[in-house]
Design a protein around this ligand. Structure first.
Ligand code: NAP
Ligand code: 3JM
Length: 352
């Protein structure tokens, strides 16, 4: 628990009652950031609710343009439409916005930042900084050390994504469906795969190869986020990236099988393990002889990205497989956002 400082930052969290927002509050409490005051914001529905931050009770307010007067840093996690409407309002009142939605990620004047990979991009901000998609973040943290050492030509990724990526209601839906199925009742899905799409499918004891809406090219928007965001973060439009995103009946933490073609020959799996054993934000868990590999149940609640199952393609000298797991609500969202705030302070881009 942080004790609130007399000198320091005024921080607002938009979407504070949600799956990501509740973790933002926790990550802020654990951070050494000097927080002087805290403003919890959500929709009208939650106005008046209480949250505890820094040992003090704070009342949730409805997020409005005026809410941001005097705020130094505003963390947004209330969906794309709320960000589109309120993030520019917050920025115009002098707050630095760290936005967790896809609303501004691909804007040229909005840095898309994972501090372990491209922290310096923060110098280019104009009031809004975008936090990448959860699946993108954990992949680029694992791949950046390899890219730096050997170059990276191609990435083919398949995801095994937890339901918490679709919000608090989706987490509840999985639990309700599991109970229904075990009790012999027919589940009645209303949220997954995508709340706003026409059909909903059973998630319990199932896998759904749709995350977010389908695009004209038959990829889903989640898949296109991974493709476009990775190129932007790694600042390499010639990097070949393709993705298949699948929702699995796991509550928290995404898994990804990542296949890469690196730019150098003669590299061994041991070389890559060696690199990742010392990489920022990465924990190597790779010991097949002792059945050591990352799993969502172990990664949940932790800030790092866990990597294992590293092996070379038997038929391609510069091809490698990795298995990458991380808590989608922490490094994939809340922790990456708070880490960006810590970077802003460290780089002198915000004054406490
Ligand atoms: P969630 O559990 O459904 O929570 C949604 C939050 O948004 C709640 O606090 C809700 O407040 C608030 N909200 C809804 N409508 C609002 C409005 N009109 N004005 C102000 N606040 C409003 O969803 P979540 O999983 O936390 O995700 C929230 C958003 O974060 C997502 O929509 C997504 O854009 C983003 N996200 C990003 C990542 C990532 O990969 N970086 C991962 C997950 C989510 P009430 O309690 O008042 O309803
Ligand atoms: C993760 O309501 C919305 O616009 C939210 C959709 C969403 C997103 C998004 O596109 O911002 C749900 C879950 C994300 C994300 O991080 O890309």
């Amino acid at each position: 628990m942080v004790l609130l400082k007399t000198e320091g930052l005024k921080v607002a969290v938009v979407g504070v009652t949600g799956a990501v927002g509740t973790r933002m509050l926790k990550m802020l409490e654990e951070s050494p950031l000097p927080v002087k005051s805290f403003l919890p914001l959500a929709s009208k529905r939650s106005a008046g609710k209480k949250v505890i931050f820094g040992g003090k009770e704070w009342t949730v307010e409805e997020a409005k343009p005026e809410s941001f007067a005097g705020i130094d840093i505003a963390l947004f996690s209330a969906g794309g439409s709320v960000s589109k409407q309120l993030a520019p309002e917050a920025a115009s009142r002098g707050a630095i916005v760290i936005d967790n939605t896809s609303a501004f990620r691909m804007y040229e004047n909005v840095p898309l930042v994972v501090p372990e990979v491209n922290e310096k991009a923060l110098f280019q901000h104009h009031g809004i900084i975008a936090n990448p998609n959860c699946s993108t973040i954990q992949m680029v943290v694992a791949l950046e050390p390899i890219r730096k050492a050997y170059g990276l030509n191609r990435i083919i990724v398949s995801t095994y994504q937890a339901v918490s990526g679709a919000g608090a209601k989706a987490m509840q839906e999985l639990k309700n469906e599991a109970k229904d199925v075990l009790e012999g009742n027919a589940p009645e899905p209303e949220i997954l795969p995508v709340k706003g799409d026409k059909k909903h499918f059973q998630m319990a004891f199932n896998c759904i190869p749709q995350i977010d809406l389908f695009q004209p090219n038959d990829y889903t928007f989640e898949e296109m986020k991974m493709i476009n965001e990775t190129k932007k973060i790694m600042d390499d439009q010639s990097l070949k990236v393709s993705a298949t995103c699948v929702r699995v009946p796991v509550e928290i933490s995404h898994g990804e099988t990542v296949y890469i073609e690196i730019g150098k020959s003669g590299v061994t799996a041991a070389d890559i393990k060696n690199l990742l054993s010392d990489a920022p934000g990465v924990v190597l868990q790779d010991d097949p002889a002792h059945q050591v590999y990352p799993m969502p149940a172990d990664a949940t609640g932790k800030k790092e990205v866990f990597v294992g199952r590293i092996r070379r393609d038997p038929d391609l000298e510069n091809g490698f497989h990795l298995w990458v797991v991380s808590d989608n609500l922490l490094k994939g969202a809340a922790w990456n956002s708070v880490e960006i705030a810590e970077s802003l302070l460290k780089l002198g881009l915000v004054k406490a």
